[in-house]
Write a protein that binds this ligand. Structure first.
Ligand SMILES: *Cc1c(COP(=O)(O)O)cnc(C)c1O
Length: 405
């Protein structure tokens, strides 16, 4: 199927609305992606036809809902190429997935153990490890970054030792778009005998990871950044790890037998899925993965590369505009500032023109500190964006510059 962006845009009802009297230009895809009608219809169908609690009822609705939910788990398993379906834990999102793993390791780590994170992390990938270190007496080490917004791998080599128990790195930085060399990071961690968790929240909208080929211990993502709904996400964990880690929350669904003396936990994946899950969200997550695979990840990558090159070239025409994150290995995220102008003011003027960008530190304050800036304007582009929208952004930024300087 040839890539036809105008046809694809018809799948997204929201793209035809107006904001402040202008057609919406949505460039905040790294915060959350928009939802195609195929996913919206899945949600409407669920609540219209088979809304029920799962894994418990003998009645037909419950069985239909259970089947659809478990089918979604299989779709996620296939998509990430996990060996077993029970290695896929459905969570409320990346943050929940990371906390689940961090909590599990609190019973494993000891004083003197070390955890390595990267300077490019999202706050949700820093705070849980700080909490884990406080609880266990382990130490946090940080792989530094350079001016291009890339990790300095020679420094990572020096941090690794037989004390390293865990390495946590995002696959792609949400603030700068840098694609981190996770294959190399995983291989070296493995040689040091450390486990690796990769935060794929920002990678999964652009590429299709293969967890077996990566030989990664844990991989996490959120549905809402890849055309699915909010409030649902996944944790992939190697079977051996998931068996070893204790459950995160106690409740219904996650037990086989409960007496006041002792409770036995359910098998995987239910051990980690206490309480009624986001049934509809899980099913819609499966539909989102189907949708993205229909477009095709090669087609998405090629088209987004064209968008990135065009947007970079056009924005750099503006005098006084600086782009942060200039690695040749990056996805379609452009973080920038106008000299002497606060990013928030630029974002406000763009919004008046119907252009949605993110301004601020993007939950990645350490990166902003590195560049000694309060934040950036971030335009994050998706496969349903167009060059025409990029032209509108460039016009808008020029207008903001005229008004604010
Ligand atoms: C968005 C994001 C998160 C947090 O995802 P939630 O869906 O809010 O839990 C974590 N890491 C990265 C890299 C992200 O982009």
């Amino acid at each position: 199927m040839p890539f036809n962006v105008e046809e694809i845009r018809k799948d997204f009802p929201i793209l035809s609305r107006k904001v402040n009297g202008n057609p919406l230009v949505y460039f905040d895809n790294a915060a959350t992606s928009q939802t195609p009608k195929q996913v919206i219809e899945t949600i409407v169908d669920y609540y219209s036809n088979y809304n029920a609690n799962i894994h418990r009822g003998v009645h037909s609705l419950s069985q239909e809902a259970t089947d659809a939910y478990e089918l979604a788990r299989q779709k996620i398993q296939k998509h990430f190429n996990a060996e077993y379906t029970h290695e896929i834990i459905l969570t409320s999102g990346t943050t929940h997935s990371i906390n689940l793993v961090a909590n599990g390791f609190s019973s494993i780590l000891k004083v003197g153990d070390e955890i390595i994170v990267s300077a490019l992390e999202h706050h949700s990938n820093i705070v849980p490890w700080q909490m884990l270190c406080e609880k266990t007496g382990a130490t946090l080490k940080v792989i530094p970054m350079n001016d291009e917004g890339e990790l300095v791998i020679s420094e990572y080599d020096k941090l690794l030792s037989d004390k390293t128990r865990l390495v946590f790195v995002n696959h792609i930085s949400n603030a700068l778009g840098t694609i981190n060399p996770i294959e190399d990071i995983i291989k070296k961690a493995r040689q040091a005998g450390a486990a690796v968790l990769i935060d794929g929240a920002q990678a999964c909208p652009h590429i299709k990871p293969d967890v077996q080929e990566l030989d990664v211990d844990f991989y996490v993502a959120s549905a809402h950044k890849m055309c699915g709904p909010t409030g649902v996400g996944m944790l992939y964990g190697k079977e051996a790890w998931l068996k070893q880690l204790p459950p995160y929350q106690g409740g219904g669904e996650m037990i086989t037998e409960v007496t006041f003396k002792k409770t036995t936990y359910a098998d995987l994946p239910h051990k980690f899925e206490a309480g009624t899950p986001n049934v509809c969200g899980g099913i819609a997550f499966g539909a989102a993965i189907d949708y993205m695979n229909t477009i095709g990840f090669d087609a998405i990558a090629n088209y987004e590369k064209e968008l990135l090159d065009y947007a970079t070239q056009r924005l750099l025409e503006i005098e006084g505009l600086k782009i942060y994150g200039t690695s040749p290995k990056k996805t379609s995220v452009i973080s920038f500032n106008l000299k002497g102008i606060h990013p928030y003011d630029v974002g406000t003027i763009l919004d008046k023109m119907g252009i949605a960008v993110r301004t601020g530190h993007h939950c990645a304050q350490p990166i902003m500190d590195y560049f000694k800036i309060p934040g950036t304007v971030r335009a994050s582009l998706s496969f349903y964006n167009t060059n025409k929208e990029i032209d509108l952004l460039v016009e808008g930024v020029k207008k903001a510059k005229r008004m604010l300087s």
